[in-house]
Design a protein around this ligand. Structure first.
Ligand code: IPD
Ligand code: CA
Ligand code: CA
Ligand code: CA
Length: 265
């Protein structure tokens, strides 16, 4: 049976709203914070709790759908066949812990690997970015325009300055060159939001040397609906199952920007 995606968007927005309210309410209480791969890789009970909330909802309402989440759900998944939800319960955990601001819930729904529905919700600003395949992308209730051409000289680059340090240590200069030639650079600390900022024109590109599917799954569909490009540094479609390099940009800029991407060994 085919899925009614506009109806599903309405349902999932309700769930995201509920999860967002729980996160906002939790911020009055002390948080249990742990580290993962290194001392700066934080995770909180709210990351786990929010992922579990969506996992239960999906299992109860859509038992035949698959889910991949940052905090362990679907970690053995090897195929994108069928309906796949890719969820980052909190994108921007460092911001959540340190600033209580600029973090998002991100959901992308794919059918046989094709993006159908994207939601990125800025929990504190209560700002929605949503898209349905072929139906355009929205920022709250306003439909986003197709991305207009922009030149590098007038472009705002989204990039975490840690990558410039990484590049310097590895003897490279390309990203430095790119930042130098652009109008300016910004870093907000939530890839999902920064990718939506490319979609709505607050940024003209967002670059990350190592992103996971849950970081970009929701935004991918939103970017596509405004005609922005989103690829790996080798100009391939980003994987829905594996980490990799990632660059999204206004279509006029993408090819030029690819020539500035460092080689990742
Ligand atoms: C991280 C954020 C951050 C980006 C990292 C991501 P998380 O996601 O999106 O901005 O630079 O690469 O891992 O761990 O906060 O969900
Ligand atoms: Ca994380
Ligand atoms: Ca993330
Ligand atoms: Ca996360």
């Amino acid at each position: 049976m085919s899925i009614n995606y506009p109806e599903l968007l309405h349902i999932v927005k309700g769930w995201v709203e509920e999860a967002g309210e729980t996160i906002r309410t939790s911020m009055d209480k002390p948080l249990n914070i742990e580290t993962k791969s290194n001392v700066n890789d934080l995770v909180t009970e709210m990351d786990y709790q929010t992922e579990a909330f969506f996992k239960e909802k999906i299992a109860a309402h859509y038992p035949h759908h698959q889910m991949l989440g940052e905090e362990g759900t679907g970690e053995s998944l090897r195929s994108t066949k069928g309906v796949l939800w890719i969820i980052d319960p909190i994108d921007g955990t460092t911001n959540f812990v340190h600033q209580q601001y600029n973090f998002a819930i991100s959901i992308g729904i794919f059918e046989d690997g094709v993006g159908q529905l994207g939601i990125v919700y800025d929990v504190m600003k209560r700002e929605w970015f949503t898209a349905l395949k072929g139906e355009g992308a929205f920022q709250n209730d306003k439909q986003l325009e197709k991305r207009k051409p922009v030149t590098l000289e007038k472009a705002i680059v989204g990039l975490n300055s840690r990558w410039l340090v990484w590049e310097h240590k590895n003897g490279g200069e390309k990203l430095h060159d790119l930042v130098h030639k652009s109008r300016s650079a910004r870093s907000y600390g939530s890839a999902a939001l920064e990718l939506c900022y490319v979609a709505c024109g607050r940024l003209d590109t967002y670059i990350n040397l190592r992103l996971s599917p849950w970081d970009y799954a929701g935004s991918l569909i939103i970017l596509k609906e405004v005609g922005a490009s989103a690829t790996t540094f080798s100009n391939e479609n980003p994987s829905l199952l594996e980490k990799g390099t990632f660059i999204a940009s206004a279509p006029s800029l993408h090819e030029e920007l690819l020539s500035y991407m460092p080689e990742i060994k």
